[in-house]
Design a protein around this ligand. Structure first.
Ligand code: SAH
Length: 189
């Protein structure tokens, strides 16, 4: 392993340290379901992973991934809905909410997350989050529209109240074409 993990690996490393069995967690952008599977393994038999995606294809491939890995279907609830509706579907206090923005590489690349709905979802995520919980956001400024979204997300996160949140950013600086970067928000009170 190189000295610096990739942004998504760092996210998994830190999330792995704070999630407990029986937690409620959210994958706000299911895509192919890799983050949902990672979360399902952490929460065990009593926890629940809520998953959101606007593409039916993503719901299907994520469900298949869970089945292939023998995750019990009472431990995940995947919704064919935008993450901006998160608060009307998720009940209880949540320890982690993961966003992996952009488009699904294997599908229609014109379906991208955009700042209008991403920021609404982030606002809801912070309300659902319990103290000491984390929101993890993988930003992809390298595609058309992704740059605008990444700027908006970065600005929004940088303006969060210092008394209640700690926000960090992590990514490779010396790489071409606006490489992906990670933002993590910890709720401190
Ligand atoms: N860029 C990542 C993959 C991101 S997948 C990578 O390269 O690995 C992003 C997912 O977000 C897609 O499956 C897309 O359908 C979904 N999405 C787009 N808008 C959304 C919304 N409003 N709510 C929930 N999911 C959304």
């Amino acid at each position: 392993m190189p000295a610096f993990p990739k942004p998504i690996q760092l996210s998994h490393l830190l999330i792995g340290q704070i999630v407990h069995t029986a937690d409620i967690v959210v994958d706000a952008t299911l895509g192919n379901g890799h983050d949902a599977l990672f979360l399902a393994r952490l929460i065990g038999e009593k926890g629940v992973v809520y998953g959101f995606d606007v593409q039916e294809e993503a719901i299907q491939s994520s469900t298949e991934l869970m089945q292939k890995n023998a995750i019990n279907n009472k431990n995940y609830r995947f919704l064919h809905a935008g993450h901006e509706k998160m608060s009307s579907h998720v009940n209880g206090e949540v320890s982690v909410i993961m966003f992996n923005l952009g488009y699904l590489p294997s599908a229609d690349k014109s379906v991208i997350t955009t700042e209008a709905t991403t920021l609404i979802a982030l606002e809801q995520a912070l309300h659902l989050l319990k103290v000491e919980g984390l929101v993890s956001i993988m930003c992809y400024p390298g595609h058309d529209g992704g740059d605008k979204e990444a700027d908006a997300v970065r600005k929004w996160c940088s303006e969060l109240a210092r008394e209640s949140y700690r926000v960090v950013e992590y990514g490779l600086l010396n790489a071409p074409n606006n490489p992906p970067f990670l933002i993590l928000i910890e709720k401190t009170k």
